[in-house]
Design a protein around this ligand. Structure first.
Ligand code: 5GP
Ligand code: ZN
Length: 119
């Protein structure tokens, strides 16, 4: 799709830090990482969200997920990882080309588990 940001990233028209690519999917670092190593995995065939994806593409994309997660583990050595996907504006989606987030977790120092100190 010509005016889609992630289609432009796949085409190389917008630069990205690629970490994996095959015939059907592309993985790259998120430009605004929530934690160190935050990565996105997307299908090359444009689909706005999960509602538009074919079962074949979804099946392949999720079959690649362990490879991406393990590459992140090897590179950044987190202690856990969230896989997350937003579908639709109401669900927090801001780029309308399906993407699976890989958000490595590093214990309370990554900010997600910070506890309030009200003293
Ligand atoms: P969403 O909110 O749609 O689930 O996530 C969109 C993600 O895309 C965000 O985490 C955002 O940081 C990332 N993003 C937006 N624009 C760009 C870009 O131009 N390059 C890269 N690498 N990531 C982007
Ligand atoms: Zn697209």
């Amino acid at each position: 799709m010509s005016d889609c940001l992630f289609c432009k990233i796949i085409a190389g028209d917008i630069p990205s830090t690629k970490i994996y690519e095959d015939e059907h999917v592309f993985a790259f670092m998120d430009i605004g990482p929530l934690t160190k190593g935050h990565t996105l995995l997307i299908p090359k065939e444009h689909a706005a969200n999960v509602f538009e994806m074919s079962e074949e593409v979804a099946s392949h994309l999720f079959s690649v997920a362990p490879k991406i997660a393990n590459a992140i583990n090897k590179t950044f050595n987190p202690v856990g990882m969230n896989l997350l996907n937003n579908n639709g504006e109401a669900a927090g989606q801001s780029v309308f080309h399906f993407h699976l987030h890989f958000i490595p977790r590093y214990d309370e120092t990554d900010g997600f588990k910070a506890t309030w100190n009200t003293k």
